[in-house]
Design a protein around this ligand. Structure first.
Ligand SMILES: *[C@@H]1O[C@H](CO)[C@@H](O)[C@H](O)[C@H]1NC(C)=O
Ligand SMILES: *[C@@H]1O[C@H](CO)[C@@H](O)[C@H](O)[C@H]1NC(C)=O
Length: 735
């Protein structure tokens, strides 16, 4: 049941002031509710033949249609061959699309409006190309492993941040008309052995970490969820009654359909009875066998699968199609994945990438206010990561190489890069305006870098670290990273340059944390600009920050450690039975480990002061007992307390701040010392103030205990600050 009151509560945590918006949003369409969508689906179901039903739930086979996934049309109800296409940062296998910022970079903006707009622009491109179902966004991998190959596709190592970003992305996408897919469900944290391993995870960790962002996705009415390759407690995720029926459909009240990851299905009846609703791509491209199609019909005929189960699959798929209005003149598919061609996409969607490239940058170090640069006489720009590779921007299939500046990782979550502004391009353009001599050493040779840097007023060294999906190995990294160092001896490059240049600025493009201990305290490294995976407007966003057109306002969506072992997790060589609530900052806080840069950290060109913490509301202890609606028990989403604080820009220039709220739970709750449960972002002129408002929902104070969500009684600590370790205000809520 979806009622107006719950939609209002769902958006109650939105900030009222938008931070640094880019171009105007696309016009938004109203979605149907699930009830109406189901009525239409039921009426259509009644008209379908058995073979049409089977065709709707079964892919036609790998490379047997224009999209990475395709189903059979049902002409009796005007239903098309559904086009399913990657991925989470844009449309794969088409030239001319926008290469959006990666999920991890979107997360580092902490900007709901920009994240929503990114979703809406991606969805608009999908619609223009006739993509019905876009295979994103991703909230799994969550980031238990700093080296995890696909962490960059999602929104950082915290379920709350992931959840907000999932919901905003999905709402944006579906308002544009495309069906979104929340993936990968579930506990798919590593690429190594992903399609043989079992993740053996306890009930509480599943709920409090892994299900959390998917609850937000379901609450945002996501059309589909993709079950993952791995096993969960020894049963394949795409065969698991517990994973699909119990946790997703019953607990979270999911109304859409579960599709398999590509070839993640293993049996005909197990998957059907376990709750899977669509098989992709429909044939096994390794073995050439079908599990559904005629096999599913046989299983129905001999009673292994009930007809009602197949009807339920069809209803879920059709309802999702009606939900986003694709029954009304949706464009036909107009591209071919297997013959990548150039398409003309309308809309200035790069504006969102430009804003994110800028606002997702995290300033980590800025000694003596070395940045912003003020018309220096000369700048040397150093590193292969500073340029567009002459052969094209990572021109290998699915970006499976690391040649030139890095704007996304590799694998099915990548797109063709048609337009790219690299750091060197943008710094040269700025240099022309300023009368700066810009020299370049566009490779990772330390000697050449040092000689370019020697006589320059400023040296900008660009280094990177890459990762991706396990079906491609890049420079010996089979998806997950081999280590946490910058690639191509980036440390040696930085050290060589810093040895000869007293104003060395390090720019890092990375899929996740790198170790920077060998140079971070070097006094000649005056600034470190964490530029993430910015998308095609990389250089322009970087110059905005380097030269002070905007003050940096990104915050880290993960912890950067001093050494790898501090994360306390190791990619499993086989099954993984080591799971707990203490991932990323949760572990550093519990074990009192000093990180190099903590979760939520980021410097600015101005200063912010925090004052006047106020808390209202009287939450009650006990379990959530409300009806199940999309997202789970409805009372989990009700606001039970409101926290406010006054934030003032006390520095000299305009800037945006991300006040963050972390909750400490009553003693004995077994929770990490603090967990993110709110954030705002707003832009403030020098001297201006604004009120940060954090709406705490029942779920934000709940833990999973004895099979239910419970608000424990006792004293909660409310921490409001500028990072997970820079707590400025503290209060209490007693329950
Ligand atoms: C899965 O395995 C974990 C760890 O062995 C266990 O605690 C949990 O109860 C299991 N869950 C289910 C649903 O079997
Ligand atoms: C911010 O505050 C610090 C410490 O009070 C001060 O040294 C610094 O100059 C301020 N920065 C700006 C940009 O106002």
């Amino acid at each position: 049941m979806r009622t107006a009151i719950f939609s209002i509560l769902a958006t109650a945590t939105l900030t009222t002031q938008s931070a640094l918006p880019s171009d105007a949003l696309h016009s938004k369409r109203a979605l149907l509710g699930w009830d109406e969508a189901y009525s239409k689906a039921e009426a259509s179901l009644a008209k379908l033949s058995s073979s049409e039903k089977i065709g709707i739930v079964t892919g036609v086979g790998w490379m047997k249609g224009p999209c990475v996934g395709n189903t059979t049309p049902a002409s009796s109800i005007g239903y098309p061959s559904l086009c399913l296409q990657d991925g989470p940062l844009g449309i794969r296998y088409v030239k001319g699309v926008t290469a959006f910022s990666a999920g991890i970079h979107a997360a580092s903006t902490w900007d709901r409006d920009l994240i929503h707009e990114r979703g809406s622009f991606m969805g608009n491109e999908a619609k223009q190309l006739g993509v019905n179902v876009q295979l994103g966004p991703a909230a799994g991998a969550l980031g238990k492993f700093a080296k995890g190959g696909r962490n960059w596709e999602g929104f950082g190592a915290d379920p709350y941040l992931q959840g907000i970003a999932m919901a905003e992305t999905i709402k944006g996408m579906q308002e544009s008309g495309v069906q979104a897919t929340a993936k990968h469900w579930t506990v798919n944290e590593q690429e190594r052995n992903r399609d043989t391993m079992s993740s053996n995870v306890g009930d509480r960790v599943l709920r409090e970490l892994y299900n959390w962002p998917f609850a937000d996705a379901v609450k945002a009415d996501v059309a589909s969820v993709m079950c993952s390759y791995n096993k969960v407690n020894s049963t394949w995720a795409c065969e698991s009654d517990f994973v699909m029926n119990k946790m997703l459909k019953e607990e979270l009240g999911f109304k859409g359909y579960v599709m398999s990851d590509w070839n993640a299905q293993h049996t005909t009846t197990g998957s059907a009875n376990g709750g899977m609703d669509m098989t992709m791509p429909g044939s096994d491209f390794n073995e050439g066998s079908y599990f559904w199609g005629p096999q599913l019909q046989s299983a129905v005929n001999n009673g292994q699968v009930q007809q009602s189960r197949v009807d339920d699959m069809v209803k879920r798929i059709l309802a999702s199609w009606y939900l986003v209005g694709q029954d009304k003149g949706y464009p036909a598919t107009s591209f071919d994945s297997w013959n990548v061609g150039q398409k003309t996409i309308t809309g200035n969607h790069f504006t969102n990438v430009r804003s994110m490239a800028r606002d997702g940058i995290v300033l980590l170090k800025n000694e003596g206010a070395s940045l912003p640069l003020k018309a220096p006489k000369s700048v040397a720009v150093i590193g292969l990561d500073s340029i567009v590779n002459p052969r094209g921007a990572n021109a290998c299939v699915d970006r499976g190489c690391n040649e030139g500046t890095l704007i996304m990782g590799w694998g099915s979550g990548s797109v063709e890069i048609s337009n790219l502004v690299a750091p060197l391009d943008a710094i040269k353009a700025q240099g022309q305006k300023d009368g700066t001599t810009v020299t370049s050493s566009p490779n990772d040779n330390a000697q050449q870098g040092a000689s370019a840097a020697q006589n320059a007023e400023v040296a900008v060294v660009c280094i990177n670290a890459n990762a991706g999906e396990g079906y491609i190995t890049v420079e010996g990294n089979a998806g997950d990273r081999n280590d946490l160092n910058a690639w191509h001896n980036g440390n040696a490059l930085v050290e060589a340059v810093a040895k000869v240049n007293k104003k060395t600025v390090v720019v890092v493009h990375s899929v996740g944390p790198i170790l920077m201990e060998s140079w971070i305290e070097n006094p000649n490294v005056v600034a470190v600009v964490w530029a993430g995976l910015p998308g095609q407007e990389s250089g322009n966003g970087l110059v905005d920050i380097l030269y002070g057109a905007a003050s940096p306002s990104g915050k880290l969506p993960y912890t950067i450690a001093k050494k790898e072992s501090d994360y306390g997790t190791t990619i499993a060589p086989g099954d993984d039975s080591n799971w707990d609530l203490f991932i990323d900052y949760r572990r550093f806080d519990r074990d009192n480990i000093e990180p190099r840069f903590e979760f939520g950290f980021g410097l600015s060109y101005t200063n912010f002061t925090y004052a006047d913490l106020a808390i209202s509301g009287a939450p009650t202890a006990g379990p959530a007992t409300g009806d199940i609606a999309p997202g789970g028990h409805v009372d989990l989403w009700e606001t039970v307390a409101t926290v406010t604080a006054e934030i003032t820009n006390s520095g000299g220039v305009e800037g945006a701040e991300v006040p963050q709220l972390y909750i400490g739970y009553p003693a004995g709750s077994g929770t990490p010392p603090k967990q993110l449960r709110g954030f705002n972002k707003f832009k403030l002129a020098a001297g201006a103030s604004s009120t940060a408002t954090f709406e705490l929902r029942r779920r934000d104070l709940s833990i999973w205990k004895d099979g239910e969500w419970v608000v424990p009684s006792g004293e909660f600590t409310v921490n409001v600050g500028a990072s997970s370790r820079d707590i400025r205000l503290e209060g209490k809520i007693t329950v």
